[in-house]
Write a protein that binds this ligand. Structure first.
Ligand SMILES: Cc1cc2nc3c(=O)[nH]c(=O)nc-3n(C[C@H](O)[C@H](O)[C@H](O)COP(=O)(O)O)c2cc1C
Length: 415
């Protein structure tokens, strides 16, 4: 009896068959993490190939790429890969090599496709675009005031998502994920706080969700029924007047009609970065969702992941930061060699007390946030260069490197 139960219980090592027919060899996914490795023409490079081979060796059944942009005018970061027009031989070759590396060992490699919207750094665009002209409320002038997209431009965004998905399929990726979380363009449209349009793209939730749904439909049409299509969605923005969890549940009901292979539940945005613990939301979401569900944010222990899966509410676990500090983390926890990801919190503080991440001074808090991001970026660079992670790196060093590299890359961009 117990043996039967053991055999049936889903664990991190269980295989998963997706609605499109594809099979994922286990329940662990490397969540999307921006790499910043593209060249000055925003093409993939050999470093992408090395990085994704390393992560494929690490054992996760599914790897999601960092956000690949559908419009070079509005990047999340200067080093993003962009797919927004004719692809030259260098780009196609590097994407094919990246796909080959990331699918090695029977791993699924899905390209996350995105438009940065109003969260395009001012270094890239002084006037980004969004659903309305409402800017990101963060100190330090990192983001310019956006202008509202026109109806024709919105239609064009949909075509861009479909085009990028088609290139992902042609170059050997095994799926795509439409990024509709974390305050980028598609989640901006979902938010009543950021989207104050009064046309068919704003107002009611049906209208605010129209852009996401049309992007998903156009992508599916482009790639066909037997290719994985996923969406990353915020459980909520955690902002007054923003996208709420009730909205999220209704958007999931709308997405139920779209034949998705996986829905990833996450949360927050730049204005409201959260230590992301979205499991309770995912459990409630599973009561309405008909597609497989993944939850990402805060998972660090094998026991926590197995418990989440055994409950049957979620089908996959997304892991971000642990894959920067130990690329073999999935293999190690599946083998039982390791129970918990390394704790790096103390390395991530710029300073003690009021100089730290919980500072009452908004600017210092923001600086800590950027140092933290920079620290993980530096680890990703190291993996891409064939080096091991450096857990002794200080947040201050990471912050300086991050500021310098991002500025240089933005200056060097070929437009
Ligand atoms: C360095 C870094 C880069 C990230 N880049 C992306 C991205 O390109 N797209 C995305 O959807 N999420 C991105 N995220 C968020 C992660 O996918 C994930 O949702 C988040 O890190 C929470 O999971 P964790 O607690 O396991 O790290 C990034 C996170 C980190 C740490």
């Amino acid at each position: 009896m117990d043996e039967d139960k053991d055999q049936q219980e889903i664990s991190i090592r269980s295989q998963l068959t997706l609605p499109c027919g594809a099979s994922v060899k286990n329940r662990l996914c490397k969540a999307a993490m921006t790499e910043g490795l593209a060249d000055s023409a925003n093409r993939a490079t050999g470093r992408h190939g090395r990085l994704y081979r390393r992560w494929a060796e690490g054992g996760a059944g599914l790897l999601l790429t960092g956000n690949v942009q559908v419009d070079r005018r509005y990047l999340e970061r200067a080093g993003n890969i962009v797919i927004d027009g004719p692809q030259d031989a260098s780009q196609v070759g590097a994407l094919e090599a990246m796909a080959e590396a990331g699918t090695s060992g029977d791993t699924q490699l899905w390209m996350q496709i995105s438009h940065a919207g109003r969260q395009t750094p001012a270094l890239i665009a002084s006037e980004p675009v969004g659903p309305s002209d409402i800017g990101v409320a963060l100190p330090g002038g990192r983001f310019g005031k956006p202008r509202a997209l026109t109806g024709d431009e919105i239609r064009n965004v949909i075509a861009r998502f479909a085009f990028a998905a088609g290139i992902a399929k042609q170059t050997g990726f095994t799926g795509v994920q439409v990024h509709s979380a974390h305050g980028y363009l598609l989640s901006e449209f979902l938010s009543p706080r950021v989207n104050q349009r009064d046309d068919e793209w704003g107002g009611s939730l049906e209208n605010r969700a129209r852009l996401l749904l049309e992007c998903v439909r156009a992508v599916r049409k482009e790639v066909g029924a037997d290719f994985a299509v996923a969406v990353k969605l915020n459980s909520a923005d955690f902002q007054k007047g923003g996208f709420s969890f009730e909205d999220c549940l209704r958007v999931i009901e709308m997405l139920n009609q779209e034949g998705l292979d996986l829905l990833e539940i996450s949360g927050g945005n730049y204005e409201q970065p959260r230590e992301a613990y979205f499991f309770d939301y995912a459990v409630k979401a599973s009561q309405v969702a008909t597609m497989p569900l993944m939850v990402t944010g805060g998972f660090r222990s094998a026991a926590g992941m197995n418990d989440a899966l055994a409950g049957g509410d979620v089908d996959m676990i997304g892991l971000g930061r642990p894959l920067c500090t130990d690329p073999d983390f999935p293999a190690k926890i599946m083998r039982g060699d390791l129970d918990v990801a390394p704790d790096v919190e103390s390395a991530l503080r710029v300073g003690p007390g009021i100089l730290g991440p919980h500072s009452p001074i908004a600017m210092i808090k923001a600086i800590n946030g950027f140092a933290r991001i920079g620290w993980f970026y530096e680890q990703i660079y190291r993996l891409a260069d064939g080096l091991p992670p450096d857990l002794s790196m200080t947040a201050l060093r990471a912050l300086i490197a991050y500021e310098k590299t991002e500025k240089r890359k933005a200056r060097e961009l070929e437009r």
